[in-house]
Design a protein around this ligand. Sequence first.
Ligand code: GLV
Ligand code: MN
Ligand code: MN
Length: 415
Amino acid sequence: MTTVTPDDRAFLDDFAAMSAFGATAGGGVDRQAATEEDAQVRAWLTGLLTGHGFAVHLDPIGNLFGLAEPTPGAPYVLFGSHLDSQPLAGKYDGAYGVLTAVHAAIRVLATHRAAGTTPAYNIAVVDWFNEEGCRFKPSMMGSGVFTGKLALDAALATTDPRGVTVQEALGAASGTGDSELPPLAGYGEIHIEQGPSMEEAGVTIGAVAATWCAYKYEVVVRGEQGHTGSMRMSDRRDALLGAAHLITAVNDLIEHFPVESLHTTVSELYLEPNSPVTIAREVRLLIDLRAETTDILGEAFALLQERIAALEAKTRTEVDIVSRSIWQSGPFVEAGVALVEAAAAELGLSSTRVKTLAGHDATNVKDITPTVLVFVPSVDGVSHNEREYTTDADMLAGVNVFERVVRALADGALD
Ligand code: GLV
Ligand code: MN
Ligand code: MN
């Protein structure tokens, strides 16, 4: 990086201020949805938005919108991401996209004001509620409700591991509202890649052309509680042993597919009664399967069902799938991908077409309005970890590209 402009400085200063909310000793953030830290960062964002003339509104699932209406009565183009985080997470995932959306929108609105012009569409920014889906499942909850993929009542009634509902948690944190956004003419989001491909290729800007799909299953393994010392091994129905077999079965699914074409994880686990001298009666866990096509996921799931039947017989436990959430793979609109490539080229930045393996709010929103998703590199491909890092130079390059995306969408580039 050669020069840091006043706009760049303003962005970096705001990024540092934002990252103080929920900051962890290891340099990351812990800002799970509808916690005090999430409410604090949202209050800070509200101040930033109102200070720049946006009207701030909440919708019934707690999505936070900042609206600017230079063109009264016109539809909106929307830009944003999420401020919530995983536990002990990095400070870039989601938050970089929200702040970039705000700064890019401010710059575009200022340019129009200075020129005495108005964009074809009004401009809104958003902090989607609960993208991470760690405290309350599933992920992408706010954008899921907004796009009609998830019922509002069911989302509000979802509980965290302590039994607190989304409705209660939001009531105690940043609240909800009754705003409904007017019709959308497009959506844009910028995010860190969270994987290594762009860093390895040495490119600064990723134009996301498609998304992988995901199948997520909440599973209960049932056994019977007993004494760890006195109970015969042959009489046991150890739910934790059943879960252990299930965890390795999920991992071993990858052996049946080309390398790196299927990603499988058991990422969450609770056991009852979780006591040193007692055999577990119940384990609840989450299985997360991802691939480029639902054909691969369907085949993987069929294989898993066979493995489950075998491990049930071996461990004398029962495995029940109690809920599932799914998102499909699919392309992003070609005109949006080309727009990102052109913006990067105009700025003299390298770019490449990439896929997103992670879920994003854009994954939901692309199904209701033309959507653009932009990536900047992640150092070492690390994410959901305090070690997550994107250089200032790459962040600032992303803001410059995104400013062009905001200007183009507000001028009707995706009509
Ligand atoms: C959400 O970010 C997910 O990838 O599940
Ligand atoms: Mn994210
Ligand atoms: Mn994340």
